[in-house]
Design a protein around this ligand. Structure first.
Ligand code: PEP
Ligand code: MG
Length: 317
């Protein structure tokens, strides 16, 4: 079964009734991107740019960053999409050269795009480096941890200035949906973004108010909780009103059990970990859109994550 899955993984993913679902990879660097393509990824749905900033004493300059992003772009070629997430660090993931005040609640503090807006010098350097891949890639840039339209507008205004300064205008701009306010306001965000990518890891922790790393709570912070599924449904509904596409780049996209529900809710792109690509594609090929939509509607009305899981296990049989 494994070998058949691996062979099928090199075809574009479609449901059994012919609906195209893009299956792409979460990567940290060019080597991961090469492995992704070798394992059937149709592109990169999440480049975690933190890899360039971790484990060092000074921030990488524009040249160093540009070389790293360029290497990822080259691994993909001009036909496959590349979605770069801007720096996603914060109180919970500190950097020695980026001193941030100690916070009582780092997950509710300066994190994700808020750090970039606090340090526009670093943000502009990163954006210029990313933009240098625009001629070589199907470039998408997305901002993590967006909670309000003001944050999105501020980030987009800075990006627009750097685009004007560099002449690299060919880029799609996306919002990561990781905070309930962004999911609930998806229709408003969809007017001002080209696409959404749902970070289900953070969306789950913020919806259920359970720390994703907590020794006791992390197990209960289940993305298949109906409350999180409702957030995903709202995100897809809001996006569709403005003709924008929705992807998932959190851990749920790598979980074959979750895939039919995500598709049924309207998710069109799944960005999975490299080892999960073949199984995710095989799941997509086994289901029809009609049955996924019916399944999604059914589980949205359930009361607990355990009930959702029981229903999905039955569906998988
Ligand atoms: C997420 O929150 O689901 C996500 C993709 O981002 P990270 O796991 O890097 O926070
Ligand atoms: Mg996240």
């Amino acid at each position: 079964k494994r070998e058949a899955e691996q062979a099928a993984a090199h075809k574009a993913a479609h449901t059994a009734d012919g609906v195209r679902i893009e299956v792409v990879a979460n990567v940290r660097n060019a080597k991961d991107a090469q492995e992704g393509v070798a394992n059937g990824a149709e592109g990169v749905g999440l480049l975690r740019s933190e890899f360039l900033f971790d484990d060092r004493d000074t921030a990488p300059d524009e040249e160093e960053q540009a070389a790293a992003y360029m290497a990822v772009a080259e691994a993909l070629g001009t036909e496959r999409p590349l979605v770069v997430r801007t720096l996603d660090v914060g109180g919970d993931k500190p950097l020695p050269y980026l001193p941030l005040p100690k916070e009582e609640n780092p997950f509710l503090g300066l994190r994700g795009v808020r750090v970039s807006l606090e340090r526009p010098d670093m943000f502009r350097t990163q954006l210029r480096a990313i933009l240098r891949t625009a001629p070589l890639a199907q470039l998408h840039i997305m901002f993590p941890m967006i909670a309000t339209l003001e944050e999105l507008r501020e980030a987009k205004a800075i990006l627009a200035e750097e685009q004007a300064a560099t002449g690299h205008t060919n880029v799609k701009v996306g919002v990561m949906i990781e905070v309930p306010s962004a999911a609930v306001m998806a229709e408003q965000f969809a007017r001002e973004a080209d696409f959404f990518s749902i970070g289900t890891n953070d969306l789950t922790q913020y919806t259920l108010a359970m720390d994703r790393g907590h020794p006791k709570l992390a197990k209960k912070a289940d993305g298949l909780h109906p409350s999180v599924l409702r957030m995903i449904a709202l995100t897809c509904e809001g996006a569709k009103k403005h003709g924008k596409w929705v992807g998932v780049c959190g851990g749920m996209a790598s979980d074959p059990m979750a895939v039919p529900v995500l598709i049924g809710l309207g998710v069109e792109e799944l960005s999975a970990s490299v080892p999960a690509i073949a199984a995710v594609k095989a799941t997509v090929a086994r289901v029809t859109m009609a049955e996924c939509q019916a399944l999604a509607q059914e589980v949205l009305s359930l009361g607990t994550a355990a009930e959702v899981r029981a229903r999905l296990a039955k569906f998988a049989d």
